[in-house]
Design a protein around this ligand. Structure first.
Ligand SMILES: [Fe+2]
Ligand SMILES: [Fe+2]
Length: 496
């Protein structure tokens, strides 16, 4: 029995271009059954782990999640349209959310040497009835305690160009690694200051049931993080105890199981984003119900005029490192043989992936798992000459390595070892970029010769959708180079 709330996101939310129904009527606030009981003797403390998310129609709704001490049981959200730089909530629109006991309160062992209590309350609230393409001030917290955290958010436009950031696998497993991963988010937001949201491709933390890991990442990203929107999916490291949904206010697909992650979709201008949960038990990591849902969701989106279909999935079919030979990806019923053809048939344009901790970019991959012929056109974009795939007619698969410390070498067995799953001596011909991990120059990790040394290299993407052009600039950070200033390692585009 899950602890459920009536959700303002639960109304039948008609996406601006999808027409798909997203919102089951009720959804899980947290996986625990415990009832929150306020502890008036607990220190009030501060608001932590604030997440602003798409929650239904991105033009009119927004979701908020935050954590407090057990002194705060009220979940108050106030918003006011931003017309000046002065924040004044006197005439704010007020929303009341819900409070729960997070699953990690009971599941999470404290890291060695930590004695701090981890008793917290989880809060969620939604803003609805918003105006499209509008900036609002918001504050979340507990009015009775005058406890607030303040930021801004923007609603989606119904048309026009936009830019977003994409990152994968921050996956920090100690405080210093959390700082490192947080700095990648900060640098991405600084480098792409006009970004409207951040797509996060899973493995957000190293062990989702260790609540401290969520603190180490999210509480160190800084104020700019409170002024953007995050669109996350769960990785396999985030699948424990419903911990993923405990950190994000999302609108799961109707009737879906949210124990290990959430599948949902959101529109933004003329693009439709399909967010998958690869933690379900099946040969390709997606349940039959999820495959039915994504098929209908993409079909409806295209029927309603979506120009671009962008899939975000943690365990992607086309990557170039350790996991490229995993049975769930490369086996006879794995993602490469089952999901990749489906994506091509459904007209998916771009697949954003995680899990394999290396940068790689495929050619357009047809339904028969061969590369489509490429027609390239070089055009200037933001001062850079970018090669655009013209009418590729098949999805391109991109994996942006990692926003955090963990890195893998390029997989050689897939081309050299006939016993490997997916063995194909020509496999890397399916890629336009299939380099060795740039972290390899720093040598093998101490104590683990199978991986490059951690922490040296991070990556993030800037992706711009403008009418019939989609432009990608890939940035890398080398902690040992140029004061860890981001630099461009790759760019490409799609045009149709
Ligand atoms: Fe990972
Ligand atoms: Fe993973």
């Amino acid at each position: 029995m899950k602890y459920l709330k009536k959700s303002l996101c639960a109304v039948l939310s008609i996406g601006i271009i999808t027409g798909s129904v997203i919102g089951p009527g009720t959804y899980a606030l947290a996986q625990t059954t415990a009832t929150p009981v306020v502890d008036s003797t607990a220190p009030v403390g501060t608001i932590t782990k604030v997440m602003v998310t798409f929650c239904g129609d991105a033009t009119t709704q927004k979701g908020f999640t935050w954590y407090t001490s057990t002194a705060s049981i009220n979940s108050d959200l106030q918003i006011v349209e931003k017309t000046t730089d002065t924040t004044d909530f006197t005439n704010a629109v007020k929303f009341t959310g819900n409070c729960a006991v997070p699953s990690n309160n009971t599941a999470a062992p404290a890291p060695a040497g930590t004695t701090t209590s981890k008793l917290e309350f989880l809060h969620k609230a939604e803003a609805t009835g918003l105006k499209a393409n509008t900036t609002y001030f918001y504050r979340i917290g507990d009015a009775s305690l005058n406890l607030w955290s303040t930021g801004t958010f923007q609603t989606a436009p119904t048309s026009g160009a936009f830019t977003f950031i994409d990152v994968a696998d921050p996956q920090a497993k100690d405080y210093d690694e959390g700082l490192l991963a947080a700095s990648t988010f900060q640098k991405a937001l600084d480098t792409v200051p006009d970004s409207k949201f951040i797509e996060l491709n899973g493995d957000i933390v190293d062990k989702g049931s260790v609540e401290y890991e969520w603190d180490w990442l999210f509480n160190n990203i800084g104020q700019k993080f409170l002024n953007t929107t995050i669109a996350p999916i769960a990785g396999n490291h985030d699948e424990y105890n419903g911990c993923f949904l405990d950190h994000f206010d999302l609108a799961p697909a109707q009737g879906s199981d949210t124990t290990t992650g959430v599948y949902y979709s959101h529109d933004y201008s003329n693009a439709h984003f399909v967010m998958l949960n690869c933690n379900e038990t099946s040969a390709n990591d997606l349940s039959p119900a999820q495959i039915t849902w994504l098929t209908n969701d993409i079909t409806n989106a295209k029927a309603n005029g979506a120009k671009w279909i962008i899939v975000n999935m943690h365990k992607g079919p086309y990557s170039t490192s350790n996991h490229a030979t995993d049975i769930d990806l490369a086996g006879p019923n794995g993602a490469r043989q089952t999901l990749s053809p489906l994506f091509a048939q459904l007209g998916v344009d771009l697949v954003l992936q995680g899990h394999d901790h290396i940068y790689a970019r495929s050619k357009p991959i047809k339904a028969d798992n061969t590369a489509a012929p490429e027609t390239l056109s070089t055009e200037l974009f933001q001062g850079h000459n970018i090669q655009y795939e013209v009418n590729p007619g098949a999805p391109v698969y991109l994996i942006p390595a990692t926003a955090g410390p963990k890195v893998y070498y390029k997989n050689q067995s897939i081309i050299t070892n006939p016993a490997a799953n997916g063995y194909d001596p020509n496999f890397y011909n399916l890629f336009d970029v299939a380099d060795e991990n740039h972290a390899a120059i720093y040598g093998a990790a101490v104590g683990d010769a199978t991986r490059p040394e951690r922490k040296n290299i991070q990556t993030f993407e800037s992706i711009t959708v403008d009418s019939d052009k989609l432009s990608v600039i890939s940035y890398e950070i080398d902690q040992n180079r140029d004061n860890a200033t981001p630099y461009i390692i790759d760019s490409f585009g799609l045009k149709k």
